[in-house]
Design a protein around this ligand. Structure first.
Ligand code: SF4
Length: 433
């Protein structure tokens, strides 16, 4: 992991919702007398899927996304009736709200007037200088930051108008996505000049593409050139099933390279998945402190002798409902690689022939039939969590080395069959396959 790229910092929210800070760490000599505070944790954003003017449904969706872990929620405001709904939505919700504005700068003015916490503008469809200046002045007066989002799809038709693009095109001449990068950066330079001329720096930048490689290249180049925090995303990534891979490839590469201050994963699916997967990405990279249990599970193979897929799904759902602390739980299909792969797990089960042996911080606590594994494992997770809460145990502290079960007896006949094939190789060791 590369250290986070230093940027200016913006603040989104108010006293009632709490303030979410984005970016930070730029030193004092960068146009700022005091410099920016240390980089804030990378935040997770999402966007409601329903109509904003349907107030009750919109409020319910915002609550759902906030409960799922969204730090910031964005709402589309295509029509006057959408911005008219904002005061009531803001009064009934407690998470920072961003108004997503396209085409009509008046929607931005109305949203600021309504009290939203951030505005998203698209240079591809709100480009008139006077209109942009009007929005900037309203935002400055209200203390509202602006995200400038140059999506590939919305700027591409303007390429003939970008003289600077030709200069940048030469700069990126050898680059695979050079001409597109040149257009994006030219558009950003041109647009941000309006903001700088107004002395407005509460800016966040996004440059999304549907292509993971273009997304990586665009953000990497933008991070080198602009001092503003970056909102990462792959746009139109598709349904969760495929979009998660494309998003994780692009955003994971950027975040691991120190680029990115807030993320939105976009799916043509329930936006709750966007929040869940965004958080999991940040937890996986160690960029946010995990909330709730972490599940480790073996991928299964020909040694499996229980219905591990069902068990893993059941364990996952129950842990999400019942365990608040980041307890590490391992569900392993057998004792061959199980102990090695579960090293460091607080609670682990290694399955055998329709049985499972359960360990808590390395200590064996139960050997139960398959239909009792789920209940017993959760019982042990709850008991362990209670011990952590009372100070009797600490997360991640293995007390004893795991002693694998006797492969020829405790886990049943199926394992005996496998062990039988290995007779003569009786020194079976942990980690061997
Ligand atoms: S833990 Fe056992 S069952 Fe699971 S993948 Fe590894 S060897 Fe196969």
């Amino acid at each position: 992991m590369v250290p986070r790229t230093r940027t200016r910092q913006i603040s989104v929210g108010d006293e009632r919702t709490g303030i979410v800070r984005i970016g930070g760490g730029l030193p004092a000599d960068h146009d700022m007398a005091d410099g920016s505070p240390e980089p804030a944790p990378v935040s997770v954003q999402t966007m409601t899927a329903g109509s904003t003017h349907d107030i009750d449904a919109c409020v319910a969706e915002v609550h759902k996304l906030h409960a799922a872990g969204a730090d910031i929620v964005r709402l589309a405001v295509p029509e006057r009736k959408d911005t008219e709904a904002l005061p009531e939505i803001l009064a009934q919700t407690s998470v920072p709200i961003v108004a997503d504005v396209h085409f009509h700068f008046r929607r931005a003015l109305e949203a600021v007037e309504a009290g939203v916490h951030k505005i998203r503008l698209n240079p591809g469809n709100i480009a008139d200088r006077d209109q942009v200046v009007e929005v900037i002045r309203a935002c400055r007066q209200a203390g509202v930051p602006i995200r400038v989002g140059v999506n590939e799809g919305s700027i591409i038709e303007r390429k003939d108008k970008q003289r600077r693009a030709e200069e940048l095109g030469a700069l990126f001449g050898d680059h695979k996505h050079g001409s597109l990068l040149a257009i994006m950066i030219a558009k950003l330079e041109e647009y941000l000049d309006i903001f700088y001329d107004e002395g407005f720096y509460d800016i966040c930048i996004s440059a999304k593409s549907m292509d993971a490689a273009v997304t990586i290249d665009a953000y990497t180049e933008i991070a080198k050139r602009f001092p503003h925090p970056l909102h990462l995303g792959v746009t139109h990534a598709g349904p969760k099933e495929t979009g998660c891979v494309r998003s994780a490839a692009a955003l994971g590469a950027l975040l691991a390279g120190g680029v990115g201050d807030t993320i939105r994963i976009s799916y043509a699916s329930d936006p709750v998945y966007e929040v869940e997967d965004g958080l999991e990405l940040l937890w996986s990279l160690g960029l946010r402190e995990r909330k709730g249990a972490e599940l480790i599970a073996c991928p299964t193979c020909g040694r499996i002798q229980v219905d591990l897929f069902t068990l893993v799904q059941d364990v996952r759902a129950k842990l999400a409902d019942e365990i608040a602390l980041p307890v590490k739980v391992a569900v392993m299909g057998c004792v061959v690689n199980g102990p090695g792969e579960a090293e460091g797990a607080d609670v682990a089960v290694f399955a055998g022939d329709r049985r499972g042996i359960i360990y808590v911080q390395g200590e064996r606590v139960a050997n139960v039939p398959e239909d009792e594994i789920l209940d017993r494992l959760l019982e042990e997770c709850r008991a362990f969590e209670a011990k952590v809460q009372s100070g009797e145990a600490r997360l991640g502290e293995k007390k004893v080395d795991i002693v694998p079960p006797d492969p020829e007896g405790e886990l049943g006949s199926g394992w005996l069959k496998m062990a039988g094939q290995r007779r003569g190789a009786t020194d079976l060791t942990v980690g061997e396959t």
